[in-house]
Write a protein that binds this ligand. Structure first.
Ligand SMILES: C[S@@+](CC[C@H](N)C(=O)[O-])C[C@H]1O[C@@H](n2cnc3c(N)ncnc32)[C@H](O)[C@@H]1O
Length: 191
């Protein structure tokens, strides 16, 4: 099943292209099968950018939901769902003849901000579905975001995954320097 709609993908690529003008690498937290990752890598290649693409996933599927994720609309999304192997993502890049990104296999909560996250980020796509995953992703990415960098969080106002919006709204309350623009179910955060 398609995780990101066609319209959302267009918006993600439009903003990623704009971010090429800023310093810093691209990151995607929650890459799953790498469908969006491939398009980001292709953009970097086509634009002859020397930015690196960093991908993150447990490659063990989703972690457990927390109370913030509970929704009658979202009975699916159980722990272990959306499992894909790192090898599958690597093979996809090889088949597409694209340079291999940096791929980190870990639960976001176990990542080391110094060693595992690039020093500077111009574009971040956060797609971990759940409250805790988005909260942790924001905590890892925002301190490294370049001045005019962009963070996109997926599933904002998606009734099946209410934790995403909860994590974003909470972040905005505590980081008033960030503003929110919404397009489809994307929360676009910039300073
Ligand atoms: C909806 S999928 C991502 C779809 C992908 N971004 C795309 O565009 O096709 C969510 C992914 O996030 C990963 N994920 C969610 N929470 C995580 C966490 N806390 N740590 C590591 N991976 C996580 C899951 O394993 C899953 O592969």
């Amino acid at each position: 099943m398609e995780q990101v709609s066609h319209q959302e993908t267009e918006e993600i690529l439009r903003l990623a292209k704009l971010s090429l003008l800023q310093t810093g690498d691209f990151v995607e937290l929650g890459c799953y099968k790498g469908d969006t990752s491939i398009l980001l890598a292709k953009l970097l290649k086509d634009e002859k950018s020397d930015k690196k693409l960093w991908l993150y996933d447990s490659f063990a599927g989703l972690p457990e939901k927390t109370a913030e994720d509970s929704s009658t609309a979202g009975e699916q999304f159980k722990a272990g769902e959306l499992f894909v192997s790192k090898r599958e993502v690597i093979d996809k890049f090889r088949r597409a003849n694209l340079p291999l990104p940096i791929i980190k296999k870990a639960f976001f909560e176990d990542l080391n901000p110094d060693a595992d996250i690039p020093e500077e980020i111009s574009f971040g796509f956060l797609d971990g579905d759940l409250y805790g995953s988005i909260k942790t992703s924001l905590k890892l990415v925002f301190p490294k975001l370049s001045k005019k960098g962009i963070i996109i969080v997926h599933d904002y106002n998606n009734p099946e995954l209410p934790g995403s919006a909860r994590a974003v709204d909470e972040f905005l309350r505590t980081h008033p320097e960030f503003r929110l623009t919404q397009k489809h179910t994307l929360a676009i955060l910039s300073r």
